[in-house]
Design a protein around this ligand. Structure first.
Ligand SMILES: Cc1cc2nc3c(=O)[nH]c(=O)nc-3n(C[C@H](O)[C@H](O)[C@H](O)COP(=O)(O)O)c2cc1C
Length: 438
């Protein structure tokens, strides 16, 4: 489907569904007898709370974080040019802002991981001056602190010296000839309060650009610690991206890819309801990522609380990914995930960038058609009750019963209701991520 949408070929199906509609897990959108017709499919969301000075009007479907280093120069160039043509955002990934991110001038989200690439001191710690210089670039629309990614949460990474080219060293601000480490933990903060203060510093240093963070939910209490720190410091992020364990990666240990971190649906619902419970939901936009490829995937994520969606592998197909699953070998046969100059020649930037833009545009059109079928005037109006699913026993469950929106402010008063959050909320502290005894 992605190849067809990216090439602008017919994406219709003849004869009917091949889904097993009476089996567990099947889910569908409830449509309206009064559908809405759209002519304009450029759906957008404004990102930036009250503390932000430079709001960003983001598309509802953007390119998720993938570093130069994981992806080739031609891949990054094609993605950024596609994003420029289609008017959507391209996340740099944690490997810094390379010359290939900058060439076409498409909107960038600058991701900062624990290696602080592009804004680090020689010892690997965060460098405020370098960050301010990077963030001042008009092409950088938002700043995203990476706490974790779904495919390998809690696991750092090492780019071996043998893979570091002069251009990677330039983008990351690291020396050639040495292994380049992304530690598992950040050094710029240790506690929830320090984390919020770091976000506040980034906001100040970037002259008020939208600041947010990305994580895959692990210990639920730790996220509530962050929420308490937001309340205590008054420093509220402009956005949070929730990644699911089903998310992609260039390389991850099998145990981490398969069995560490919360799947996107539960993580997203938890983040959405925690912010509602703390009365902060209206200040923070939520992005979601994790196998969100069709308009149905996007619509369902939006119904669970996402304000927009990101896709990594979804955007790899338009630039030629054939799922060879050789990203970690430097031998990607189609030039997408390799630094080998010869292999990269397989990826024609002009041709593939058009496919990136077309895939985005056709996905937005499909999303508009789904919203229209549900009788909605905007895809952001999807709510849980627009979806139904079949459970293991064959019975139906309605979206609002499976993933209800909890009352605004329920965590702020002792009698606000439990909903399975209360004991963790009571054990969460703004001062420390450490667990307190039960
Ligand atoms: C090749 C590749 C490289 C990635 N690099 C990063 C990265 O640098 N930083 C990050 O936060 N996530 C990274 N991710 C994860 C994605 O940004 C995203 O969170 C996840 O893949 C979502 O799943 P999807 O591929 O199903 O869309 C990477 C994913 C892939 C496939």
């Amino acid at each position: 489907m992605v190849y067809q949408r990216a090439k602008g070929f017919e994406d219709k199906r003849p004869f009917g569904t091949q889904e097993k509609v009476y089996e567990a897990g099947y889910s569908w959108l409830t449509h309206s007898v009064a559908p809405v017709h759209f002519n304009d499919f450029d759906f957008r969301v404004k990102i930036g709370g009250p503390q932000c000075l430079q709001l960003y009007s983001a598309s509802l479907y953007n390119i998720s974080a993938m570093s130069f280093g994981a992806l080739s120069a031609n891949a990054i160039s094609a993605l950024n040019l596609g994003a420029k043509m289609g008017g959507f955002a391209h996340d740099t990934g944690e490997g810094g802002i390379s010359r290939y991110h900058r060439k076409a001038g498409g909107d960038l989200i600058y991701e900062i991981g624990s290696g602080y690439f592009g804004c680090r001191n020689d010892d690997g710690s965060f460098n405020p001056e370098k960050f301010a210089a990077q963030a001042a670039d008009d092409q950088i629309k938002m700043i995203e602190v990476k706490l974790s990614q779904g495919a390998k949460p809690g696991h750092g990474g090492v780019l071996p010296a043998s893979k570091i080219t002069p251009e990677i060293a330039e983008a990351r601000g690291v020396p050639m000839g040495q292994d380049c480490e992304s530690p598992a933990a950040h050094s710029a903060f240790k506690t929830p309060i320090e984390f919020c203060e770091f976000l506040g510093e980034l906001r100040r240093l970037s002259n008020g650009k939208p600041i947010g963070f990305k994580l895959c939910i692990g210990h639920l209490r730790e996220f509530l610690c962050m929420v308490k720190a937001m309340i205590k410091t008054g420093i509220v992020p402009d956005f949070i991206v929730v990644d699911g364990t089903e998310g992609g990666t260039g390389a991850a240990p099998l145990e981490f890819a398969n069995h560490v971190g919360m799947p996107m649906v539960e993580g997203l619902s938890f983040v959405h309801n925690s912010l509602r419970g703390a009365g902060l939901r209206d200040q923070v936009r939520i992005g979601a990522a994790g196998k969100l490829v069709t308009a149905f995937d996007i619509a369902r994520a939006m119904s669970l609380g996402a304000d927009w969606c990101n896709s990594a592998r979804g955007y790899m197909f338009p630039i030629g990914c054939i799922q060879a699953q050789a990203c970690h070998t430097n031998h990607c046969p189609v030039g997408v995930a390799t630094q080998d100059p010869l292999r990269q020649r397989a990826l024609n930037v002009d041709d593939k960038s058009k496919r990136v833009a077309r895939f985005h545009a056709n996905t937005m059109k499909a999303l508009g058609e789904m919203a229209g079928a549900a009788g909605l005037n905007d895809p952001r109006d999807f709510l849980p009750y627009h979806f139904m699913s079949r459970k293991a026993d064959g019975q139906l469950i309605e979206g609002q019963d499976a993933y209800p929106y909890l009352p605004t402010g329920f965590l702020l008063t002792d009698d606000g209701g439990d909903y399975g959050y209360r004991s963790r909320w009571n054990r969460a502290t703004a001062e420390s991520f450490a667990a307190v005894p039960l």
